[in-house]
Design a protein. Structure first.
Length: 128
C-alpha cells in the first residue's frame, strides 16, 4: 500500500513514543542495577513487559509507515492507552487536593485552526 503524509506523521509519532518507552525501560534497568527496587522479581517482570511494549509500538510505527491497516489499529490503541494513563495521573493529583483549597493553573489560551472559540490548555496545576 502507498503511504500518505498523515500515515507518515502517525508513524513518526509512534516511533517517538517507542523511543520514549525504550528510555523508560533503560531507566528501569538502571534502577534495578542500583538496587532501587523493593522486589527484584516484580522489577524484572516490569522490564520484560516494557520491552514487549517497545517492540509492539515500534512494530506499529513500522507498519503504519508501510500503510498496513493492522498497524494503524494498534497505533490507535496505543494512543488510547496513553490517554488513559495520562487521565489516571491527573485524577490521582486531583484526588490529593483538599476540598475548598485554592488552586493555581498554568497554561495558555489558543484558537486552533478554524475554530470559533479559544481553548484553555492547562499544562500544570497545584494547590496554593
Amino acid at each position: 500500500m502507498h503511504s500518505t503524509t498523515s500515515a507518515r506523521v502517525a508513524a513518526a509519532v509512534l516511533g517517538i513514543e517507542a523511543a520514549g518507552v525504550l528510555v523508560l525501560a533503560l531507566w528501569q534497568v538502571l534502577a534495578l542495577l542500583a538496587g532501587d527496587t523493593e522486589s527484584v522479581t516484580s522489577a524484572v517482570a516490569l522490564i520484560v513487559l516494557t520491552a514487549v511494549g517497545v517492540a509492539a509500538v515500534a512494530a506499529f510505527a513500522a507498519g503504519t509507515a508501510r500503510g498496513i491497516s493492522w498497524a494503524r489499529s494498534g497505533g490507535i490503541v496505543v494512543q488510547l492507552l496513553v490517554l488513559a494513563v495520562a487521565f489516571g495521573a491527573v485524577a490521582e493529583r486531583l484526588a490529593r487536593q483538599a476540598m475548598g483549597s485554592h488552586w493555581r493553573f498554568r497554561g495558555f489560551l489558543a484558537t486552533p485552526g478554524n475554530a470559533k472559540h479559544p481553548v484553555l490548555h492547562i499544562q500544570d496545576f497545584q494547590q496554593d
